[in-house]
Design a protein around this ligand. Sequence first.
Ligand SMILES: Nc1ncnc2c1ncn2[C@@H]1O[C@H](COP(=O)(O)OP(=O)(O)O)[C@@H](O)[C@H]1O
Ligand SMILES: [Mg+2]
Length: 303
Amino acid sequence: MTSNTTLARLMKLELIIVTGKGGVGKSSVSAVLGRLLSDAGRQTLLVEVDPRENLHHLLEVPPSGGKMVEVAPRLWVQHLLPRTILDDLVREKLKVGPLVKRILASPIHQHFTEAAPGLKEAAVFGRCLRLLEGHGPRGIPTPEVIILDAPATGHGASWLGAAQLVSDVISSGPIGHMASLVAEFLADSDRSGVVVVTTGEEMPVQETLEFLETMETQLNRRPELVVANALYPELPEEAPADPDDTLFDLWAHRRAINEKELIRLSHEWQGPVAHLPLLPLDPGPALVGRLGRRLKTELGGGA
Ligand SMILES: Nc1ncnc2c1ncn2[C@@H]1O[C@H](COP(=O)(O)OP(=O)(O)O)[C@@H](O)[C@H]1O
Ligand SMILES: [Mg+2]
């Protein structure tokens, strides 16, 4: 259901946005993609915006505290808080110490940046763009690709549309300029792409279908790939000797749900789908390594 063209496309993008329902494996798949692309030679930065920073568990590095942390050759990770980016924007534009302090502390700035629709989201993409253009911290390699471990799909489409929204409302000044550059970048399928993660369960598949629809109608875009994660293993051909084998029944039941939901997904989505197994592993490099080998095979890139 996938082909090496999907892998080739992912390899060429500058920004890959990974989204899906909460808890389906977005961070795990982001880490897996980070490994895959950096192993293939791309200078890669993983950006996480979830306040419950957890990519570092998966990669076994210390929490970044907002800084970029080196994970492996060509692979870096950074935890970004949208609020911090907006404050940085004020610092960068005003440059005058006391004035900056007063603005950052003012309730008007706080209120505006919290309440203005799309502003924080657009600012995250704006930061990604600047990093890709080489305006990152000194001494740290410029990323060729950023993988954004994005918030859940419930907010995902609004994330993607945020820059357009901001640029429609604010057309001038540094924020308007940033938002229009970001909107252009997100509309360019040669530069940015989306990977949607789901499990083979009813609610995540439902949310995926709704997300695909919103992406298509509001943004006229389709994801590069849907990852069906944490799937139960296929059943053996032979039935178990014991007809009351509860463990087998449980397995068969969960697997049947997975298969039903994957069929439902396939009715609405004919694009690439990669299947990843549910593994008996805790979050960490072993999980990321095994899922990575599997994803590579699924994408036709060999094990
Ligand atoms: N294929 C898998 N096999 C086993 N555990 C998984 C798999 N994918 C994710 N997990 C585990 O499920 C939990 C949620 O995954 P995570 O990637 O943090 O999801 P999200 O970022 O979408 O909230 C984590 O404990 C993670 O280790
Ligand atoms: Mg996560």
